[in-house]
Design a protein around this ligand. Sequence first.
Ligand code: PMM
Length: 286
Amino acid sequence: MNAVLPRRADRMAVLGVLNVTPDSFSDGGRYRTIDDAISWAEQMWRDGAELIDVGGESTRPGAERVAVEAETERVVPVIRALAERGIAVSIDTMRASVAQAALAAGALVVNDVSGGLGDPDMARVVRDSGCPWILMHWRGHSTVMRTLASYDDVVADVLSELGQRIDAALAAGVDATQLILDPGLGFAKKPEHDWRLLAELGQLQALGFPVLVGASRKSFLGSLLGDGRPDPAGASRSRPVAEREDATTAITAYAALRGAWAVRVHQVRAAVDAATVVAAIERAGK
Ligand code: PMM
């Protein structure tokens, strides 16, 4: 995996989120121009990210799909500009044609939140390029995922469904060394599912693939830390998205301690610091 990345870290890796979408839940609309997006990516790169994860379609619960042309037009110019600057990029898409265009523009890794379910052609694109492929646990598109958060045993069910995605990838000719797994926190999951999956991260690691954790600013952190008082609509109040950074960093430290390959975060510097601290403790313990 590290062979394709220009940086080799002696700590857990960090992916910096660059959503070039008007409506992503946590940083949507932050960059009004390509130049804004590139400047922010450069900052995350200086802060030590191993990959900038560029996405052009929001996966926020309830989000409608964007047209494939719009998604491609959003991501390709940004990826090309970052690749020209020597910045390593992953493309966050579940569409094979977007992945293909992104790889042609210089992306190094495909981050597929659908784990290959969203587009039957994705496995071929990944196989032909030989790039790493992040397979996230996913059950359905954003408009319906809330209705799919039902499990007998969330850890066993996620492991078995990811196992099916691994089998499908291998059957399509993708090499096992290309695969990275992700439990898909917040995707067709209730908070109790997210916490169980984190508690049992070791079971996911035991499948033998690198593991990515994407917890940054997600709603299970908001509901844990909310003051619990009802808002005017009667719902229990959650900690606002912008105030979930410290909790995100706590998860980063935990993921590093549990041996995750990487975290995907909005604030790279805090994550790099946390991963560096954990690595120093681990080195001192050897
Ligand atoms: N989460 C989001 C988007 N892409 N990709 C992976 N591999 N894992 C995730 O958990 C993940 C992802 C949603 O978060 P955002 O809207 O902040 O990008």
